[in-house]
Structures are given as C-alpha cells and as structure tokens.
Design a binder for this molecule. Structure first.
Ligand code: FES
Length: 87
C-alpha cells in the first residue's frame, strides 16, 4: 500500500510522503517544494493536502503517546496503515 501513487504528474507515492514526514516536513507547502506533489493539478493538491495533514496528525499522536511501530522497517506511520482504520 505504501507505494500507492498519489501524484502521477510528479511520480510521488504514499511512501515518498511518509518519508518526508519522517524527515521532518510539517507543512504541505514544504512537501510540495521537496516533491512537486499537487503543483500542477488542483484536485491533486486538494486531495493530497488533506491526506498529508491526516498523516501528520497521526504521526504526532503516535509520537506523543510513545507508540512503537509493529516492525522496524517503516517507522511510526505504518502502524496505522496496517490497522486499516485510516484508509
Ligand atoms: S497529478 Fe499531481 S499535480 Fe498533477
């Protein structure tokens, strides 16, 4: 699931977005600067901006509650993705 394409114009996947969050990106504008996501198509920007802030909110919650990822390979966000609660 993490390699799901989110932006075909700039070849950005869900995994790319999660990596940017793990690397400290905290705004959608910063994400756009780094990946180009949503910079050409308004629906792409709108949908991915919502998704980005949902992912960021989940990441902050997991950090604040000191949750650990279910495995070592993906970091904190994978936990919620595998649970199926968010998607
Ligand atoms: S599909 Fe993402 S900017 Fe066009």
């Amino acid at each position: 699931m993490e390699n799901k394409s989110l932006c075909c114009c700039h070849d950005v996947t869900l995994n790319d977005v999660m990596k940017q969050i793990e690397n400290g990106v905290t705004t959608f504008e910063e994400l756009q600067d780094k990946t180009g996501i949503g910079t050409d198509c308004p629906p792409c920007k709108e949908n991915n901006e919502k998704l980005f802030y949902e992912l960021l909110k989940e990441a902050k919650w997991l950090i604040l509650n000191k949750q650990k990822p279910p495995c070592c390979r993906g970091g904190f966000i994978y936990m919620n993705m595998y649970s199926g609660n968010h998607w």
